[in-house]
Design a protein around this ligand. Structure first.
Ligand SMILES: [Zn+2]
Length: 334
């Protein structure tokens, strides 16, 4: 079995000077052949598959906006074009394809390289550069295919409010997010979900939190959460805007840091989920960082060595020990 990837670059889903642009994937595309993974083609997600996460009214409204030629749909700003409804269906479809291949045992693991991204899209509204919530659509699909518990780990620099909202009442779905505190969308507080200890876990971080902080988070939050929740598959919202050189955020992760956290997640999936892990691209607004971070993820997925010594963070890291202790206490992690 091999590592597989799907690829949806959506060149027509573009808006003048917007950071979520087709060019984000240009550097990555040039390096795809070197990652030792096999490409899978995928059909667009059906409206029924999307409707497992999104309300019919929301789907119809996005379709109508696109049929009318598109435009700006919120203050983020989130845009839609004439082709965006189809582009978003393709992104969800490619995520489904990767997740199904892994769940069925056709692939050892997968990376869905897709845009538009998804983790801000809530059941009732598209927002935050996101139209359909790709990772949530894939998580619900795994439940349809017999999974009893699925965990989404989200290391994008922003809180995945959409995934959290989609999973809010569903005990079969768990969510843990690391994100910079104080930036868009403003959700993801430590105490966002008091009804779901151990199942909806938020790790808000100060600016400049980087590789060392993420090592601590891996051991003190992610590993105990996986051990306690016992998911049958891990889905990862991989956002490379947590990179120290991202133009719109201020976290401090390097490419080696993305490799380390991804490798730890692959190990945890090996221990608890029969190796079933699927990464899904979310944000990341410097194309070089998207390529370097993705290289780290592919190395983790294929069990390869990885080093990128030219990419050390320029920041000194904050001390997050007390914050992690509070999170562990809240969620009963030991
Ligand atoms: Zn982001």
């Amino acid at each position: 079995m091999t590592t597989v990837f799907t690829w949806v670059a959506s060149p027509a889903h573009a808006y003048q000077d917007h950071p979520e642009r087709p060019g984000r994937l240009i550097e990555l595309e040039a390096r795809l052949d070197g990652f030792g993974a096999q490409k899978l083609e995928a059909p667009p997600a059906t409206l029924e598959e999307i409707a497992r996460v999104h309300e019919p009214r929301m789907i119809a409204a996005l379709k109508a906006t696109c049929q009318a030629g598109g435009g700006i749909i919120d203050y983020a700003p989130t845009f839609a074009t004439a082709s965006s409804f189809d582009d978003a269906r393709l992104a969800s479809g490619a995520t489904l394809r990767g997740a199904r291949a892994v769940w069925a045992g056709e692939a050892s693991n997968a990376f869905a390289l897709v845009r538009p991204p998804g983790h801000h899209a809530e059941p009732a509204r598209a927002m935050g550069f996101c139209l359909f919530n790709n990772v949530a659509v894939a998580a619900r699909d795994l439940l349809e295919r017999g999974a009893r518990r699925v965990l989404v780990v989200d290391y994008d620099a922003h809180h995945g409010n959409g995934t959290q909202a989609a999973f809010w009442e569903d005990e079969r779905l768990a969510y843990v997010s690391t994100h910079q505190w104080g930036i868009y969308p403003g959700t993801g507080r430590l105490d966002d979900a008091p009804h779901a200890p151990g199942r909806i876990v938020n790790v808000p971080l100060p600016a400049h939190a980087g590789d060392e902080c993420f090592k601590q988070i891996s051991e003190q939050v992610l590993a105990p959460m996986v051990r306690a929740y016992r998911p049958q598959a891990l889905l990862v919202s991989a956002g490379f805007d947590a990179h120290w050189d991202d133009p719109i955020t201020s976290l401090g992760v390097s490419s080696a840091g993305f490799f380390q956290i991804s490798k730890r997640l692959v190990e945890l999936a090996g221990e608890y989920c029969r190796g079933k892990i699927v990464f899904v691209l979310e944000g990341g607004y410097n194309p070089v960082n998207v390529a370097r971070g993705s290289a780290g993820v592919f190395a983790a997925l294929t069990g390869s060595l990885f080093a990128d010594p030219g990419d050390a963070s320029h920041f000194e890291e904050p001390d997050i020990a007390a914050a992690l202790e509070a999170i562990r206490a809240r969620h009963g992690f030991s």
